[in-house]
Design a binder for this molecule. Structure first.
Ligand code: 475
Length: 839
């Protein structure tokens, strides 16, 4: 897709280095060399996986040159650095992305073809690191891509889970979870750095002691110590030499924690301690947007945060920077509250281990951190019981009490003794048992707080964080999310990429605002024809995948109507399925009905303990079973659930969509990022006024967006006046028929009990107001079907959607973080060969 840009060509006159050269002949030679010397295989014995590994190492060699140069320049210049702290990084497969960012996709494809191998097949062999649940983890991955592409010195800090998000199987329509053994065959992208291991303490007690100057300090005597081992993965920017680092920590037992004395003659005890320590980073918690007050989860959070901050202090000491400059060296971003304990941990490190006084330490701490909030859902707001907290982090609790005491003094100073307000702002929740409120700690301990879309930031200020907004309004800002066009257009949709580039050049890949220049082609018949052809080919590709994975045959000429995301009540996959049932009934009642043929595609995982979400998966599959085998329906309607939605499986999906379902209850989806991936690839959106949908609609134009449903204000007002979902059901025959069918066992072989919990929930409480939004949704879908029949109009709308999505590049979002929050500048990296100009 791109031209080679860094090295000379393979002329034969001047031989390229096997580890850095990017000519086709060199790549072939290097690949066979790696197959032999790394995999220990020759072609006759090699498996597809061996070939994948040999190619991965060949690409890694080329990354290492840039990575080492980048590190050298950052060290030499003592560059100000972003530290992005996140419990989740949902990176997706590395190989394809690195080929794009190195600009060697085409050469490698040719090299593989010449070796009689298929690059696509090798790419498919990569096990993706599924170290995240959904939006929050994937956002972190897009941001690392943009940070490197913008040449911003960055360290991503997180956890090297041995098992990532579970693999999803569908058995008899139900979700079944399988452990994700992603490290089973080795990970060619990481390098362990045991020389930079750190110790992390847990439990025990604190005591006062006098230091050398005769001043009282606090000492923490832990109950156990765990080692943190860093594993580094290079993150290359797009067509730059910057390769930043994702540093993930693995927990191990320390040999040195007085093992002999402690466990003399107790070999089993010693092994047991090893097992217990390594449990810490064993598995990712699979809950999306809920927290579980589990001890291990808090241990994971503290573990990686402490490792990260100790690592930053080590870097400062190595660069001989005084600790008073911590906030000048590092801008630390908290990706939600999962790393919020960092506020107390940095204070502890500065106070107890580096003997700083409270006031300067606190000033440094506040200037260091920024906090991004990703959700308003109450069940996601983390709080830890004092009992658990004090048993695990006794020193941090003391520090939090001190932060709280000083903070509430300031509140009293500003607002007087308003006990209600003080109770609402306190870092300690005393309403129903006592808890540490992590969002409050993050707010008080940072200098900027941001939401992830305009509506979300507004609601944060008006509701969830209102009291904090009133106390320090200047801390609050919005940064609307974005996604990287490298993975989500160039890698996922090469045909569209080539069409766009053939018209306007390839500058848009770095500056997505430029894609606007295709607007002039929106009504050009030749361009429309090519646009349509590409969409069709992408749909054929997904049709093959669906047939292969589910056995369902779908018509690529039908309207592909797609909802892919975690399964959640607020995201309302069940509203979508009510539309499917309604279409089904319309056809059954009028078998000759001339409707726009549709294929409804669903994918997404449910948290293993989220019963209703799992029941929604079962309902989708149950409706699919009835609809897909009904001869009266034929090709006019198909419903498919694609199992095991992850980054890899999602990449063909966005380019194949005609319609993107973004139908959350208004006020519930903080931003959404799938909505952006779809629209960039030319899908039209049917959506509510929620999250970033609002900004997408403003950007693409109201006439190019299918809007329906209650607004956030409507939702609030309706709830206040008393919402009676059953009335909508009783007054709407189509809705009543659909619900009655679900209840009567029509989709469950006569089993009336199966979906009863879901039906009862919808008729009695309906917390996400499906009943109120049902008819507007059905009417809007009718509009979609009508519009789809006007081919030229649809194509024009589709082209305009892609053309106007420039704002939603993660490059724009990261530029805003850099200017508004991090105050950090690009540091370009040159390779030695470029500097001297002698190759
Ligand atoms: C939002 N996860 C999307 C995306 O900003 C948004 C929270 C607590 C515990 C476990 N997981 C979470 C989230 O809150 C999350 O993923 N939020 C999502 O963040 C990126 O686009 O609207 O729901």
């Amino acid at each position: 897709i791109q031209e080679p840009q860094l090295q000379g060509q393979d002329t034969g006159m001047q031989c390229e280095d096997d580890r850095t050269g990017i000519g086709v002949e060199t790549l072939k030679r290097a690949f066979l060399d790696n197959l032999f010397y790394v995999q220990g295989k020759f072609p006759a014995l090699a498996t597809k996986h061996d070939y994948y590994m040999a190619l991965a190492y060949t690409v890694r060699d080329r990354l290492l040159q840039r990575w080492v140069n980048t590190a050298a320049i950052y060290t030499q210049e003592g560059s100000r650095t972003v530290a992005y702290l996140s419990a989740e990084f949902l990176m997706g497969p590395h190989l394809g992305n690195n080929l794009i960012n190195l600009g060697i996709y085409n050469q490698v494809q040719q090299a593989m073809t010449e070796l009689k191998l298929d690059l696509k097949e090798l790419l498919a062999k990569e096990e993706e690191p599924g170290l995240g649940n959904g939006g929050l983890g994937r956002l972190a991955a897009c941001y690392l891509d943009s940070l490197a592409s913008l040449e911003i010195p960055t360290l991503g800090y997180g956890i090297r889970y041995e098992f990532g998000i579970f693999d999803q199987l569908i058995r008899n329509g139900w979700q079944v979870e399988k452990t994700d053994k992603w490290l089973r065959y080795g990970n060619p992208w990481e390098i362990a750095r045991p020389e930079w291991a750190v110790s992390v303490k847990f439990g025990g007690r604190t005591e006062a002691h006098k230091n050398a100057q005769g001043r009282y300090r606090v000492r923490w005597i832990p109950h156990k110590v765990v080692l943190g081992i860093p594993y580094d993965t290079p993150i290359l920017g797009y067509k730059v030499n910057t390769a930043n680092t994702l540093r993930l920590w693995k927990a191990e037992a320390p040999e040195s924690f007085d093992f002999e004395a402690f466990n003399r003659g107790n070999y089993y005890g010693a092994v047991d301690q090893k097992v217990t320590s390594e449990n810490l980073t064993k598995v990712l918690y699979p809950n999306d947007e809920t927290y579980e007050g589990k001890q291990l989860r808090l241990e994971q959070q503290y573990f990686f945060v402490s490792c990260a901050l100790q690592d930053m202090l080590r870097i400062m000491l190595r660069q001989k920077l005084p600790l008073e400059q911590f906030h000048e060296k590092f801008a630390v971003q908290l990706n939600d509250t999962h790393p919020a304990i960092a506020v107390a941990e940095l204070m502890r490190l500065l106070l107890d281990e580096h003997e700083m006084d409270w006031e300067p330490a606190w000033e440094i701490t506040q200037k260091t951190f920024g906090y991004t909030n990703h959700t308003l859902l109450p069940e996601a707001l983390e709080k830890w019981s004092l009992k658990l907290f004090s048993s695990l982090l006794p020193r941090h609790l003391e520090i939090i009490y001190e932060i709280n005491w000083r903070f509430l003094e300031q509140v009293r100073h500003k607002f007087g003794t308003d006990e209600g307000r003080i109770g609402r702002l306190s870092l300690i929740d005393e309403n129903d048992g006592k808890f540490v409120r992590m969002a409050h700690l993050a707010c008080v301990g940072s200098h900027k707080i941001n939401g992830v879309a305009a509506l979300h930031s507004e609601l944060l200020q008006k509701t969830t964080l209102l009291d904090f907004y009133e106390f320090f309004p200047e801390k609050f800002t919005n940064i609307t999310n974005g996604v990287t066009p490298r993975r989500w257009i160039v890698l996922s949709n090469p045909k569209l990429t080539n069409l766009i580039t053939s018209c306007i050049g390839d500058n848009w890949i770095k500056h997505l605002e430029d894609v606007q220049r295709i607007e002039t082609y929106a009504e050009d018949p030749g361009f429309q024809q090519e646009w349509q052809q590409i969409k069709r080919e992408n749909k054929v590709n997904v049709a093959e995948i669906l047939l292969d994975r589910t056995g369902v045959k779908v018509d690529p000429d039908s309207l592909f109507d797609i909802q892919v995301k975690r399964i959640h009540q607020y995201k309302r996959q069940h509203l979508n399925i009510l539309h499917a049932i309604t279409l089904y009934n319309q056809i059954k009642q009028n078998p000759n009905l001339d409707i726009t043929p549709r294929t409804l595609i669903f994918a997404g995982k449910a948290a293993p303990g989220y019963y209703i979400a799992k029941l929604i998966i079962k309902l989708i599959n149950s409706v699919a079973e009835v609809v897909n085998k009904d001869r009266d329906i034929g090709d006019r309607l198909k419903v498919v659930f694609l199992p095991d939605y992850n980054v890899k499986n999602s990449q063909p999906i966005y380019p194949a969509a005609d319609l993107s379902e973004q139908i959350s209850t208004a006020g519930k989806e903080a931003s959404g990022t799938g909505n952006m991936k779809f629209a960039m690839n030319g899908a039209l959106t049917i959506g509510t006024l929620d999250g970033a949908n609002i900004e997408i609609r403003n950007a693409v134009g109201a006439e190019n967006f299918f809007l329906f449903g209650l607004t956030t204000e409507d939702v609030g007002a309706l709830r206040l006046t008393g919402y009676r979902p059953r009335e909508y059901y009783e007054q709407n025959p189509q809705l009543k028929q659909a619900i009655d069918q679900i209840a009567s066992g029509y989709f469950s072989h006569g089993d009336r009990s199966l979906f009863k919990p879901l039906v009862d929930l919808l008729l009695d409480k309906d917390p996400f107001m499906l009943m109120a939004d049902y008819q507007p949704y059905i009417d809007c879908q009718q509009q979609v079907s009508q519009t789809y029949r006007d081919r030229d109009r649809w194509l024009q709308m589709s082209i305009l959607n892609t053309a106007r999505m420039g704002k939603f590049s993660s490059d724009r979002a990261i530029r805003e973080y850099c200017q508004q929050i991090w105050k950090v500048q690009p540091v370009p990296v040159q390779l030695a060969a470029e500097k001297t100009g002698d190759g």
